[in-house]
Design a binder for this molecule. Structure first.
Ligand code: SAM
Length: 242
């Protein structure tokens, strides 16, 4: 594209993703708040509100990182429930675990280092599966969706919170922000413009709302729908396994 993005081979992408998250792990929460001006909290709150998770439920938070969703789910499912925070990256998982333990939320949470493409759980294990701002980092998204479908219980819901395609009127401004402002912010705060350039590129390459919806249907999910937030900068996709 005119931003100089060149498609990289598959293994290289996985290695690059690993480097990016090792490098940003300690500053991840701060950057999240700054870059989204705090709005990511609202996007997550809307996701939790729509999750229909009840006391005693089993929840899998894939690419859970520093554990924002996991923390809230932990309270929602209570003592009889269970939340698994899964992430491929040991640094992110460590930051997440320390943070949740500091908040006194350890009891019903387990931590698993796992790739979304090959989830290490038995079939039909979870009432709800979430992946927030994680799917765009996954190399083989169809494989990941199939894996999520397999471990979801019949009647269970998958929720994908992810950057998506913003409305046309917003696109020029949004491109300026993500390709000019973001890397500068990253450079200033973490001396790491490259990671934030990756972030902008990965958002641009990610399937748009309709494409992701079809991918979910192809993986077997039913009653799939999406909900745009902040003019489509972010979308919440949902689907059920029956
Ligand atoms: N869910 C958290 C949130 O919303 O704040 C963290 C999102 S963070 C932007 C993306 C996370 O995806 C990182 O922690 C990264 O290690 C993880 N990740 C990347 N590729 C993955 C994969 N193939 N399987 C599981 N997790 C992955």
């Amino acid at each position: 594209t005119h931003f100089g993005y060149t498609e990289v081979p598959v293994e290289e992408k996985a290695r690059h993703v690993a480097e990016v998250f090792h490098s940003v792990a300690s500053k991840y929460d701060l950057m999240n708040d700054l870059m989204s001006m705090g709005i990511h909290r609202l996007w997550k709150r809307f996701t939790l509100y729509n999750s229909q998770v009840r006391t005693g439920a089993k929840v899998l938070d894939i690419a859970g990182g520093t554990g924002d969703l996991t923390a809230r789910f932990s309270t929602m499912v209570g003592e009889r429930g269970q939340v698994i925070l899964a992430d491929i990256n040991a640094s992110m998982l460590n930051v997440g675990r320390n943070r949740l333990i500091d908040r006194g939320l350890a009891g019903n949470i387990d931590y698993v280092q796992a790739n979304a493409e090959s989830l290490p759980f038995p079939d039909n294990s979870f009432d709800c599966i979430t992946i927030a701002f994680g799917l765009r980092n996954v190399t083989d998204k169809d494989k990941a969706l199939a894996s999520m479908f397999r471990v979801l219980k019949p009647g269970g819901q998958l929720m994908i919170l992810e950057f998506s395609k913003p409305a046309d009127w917003l696109a020029p401004l949004y491109d300026q922000y993500s390709f000019k402002v973001l890397p500068k912010l990253g450079q200033l705060l973490t001396r790491d413009a490259e990671s934030y350039r990756y972030l902008a590129e990965s958002i641009r390459m990610h399937p748009d709302q309709e494409t992701l919806l079809s991918m979910m249907e192809n993986a077997g999910f039913e009653r799939c729908q999406f909900h745009n937030m902040t003019a489509g900068i972010v979308a919440l996709h949902r689907g059920y396994k029956f």
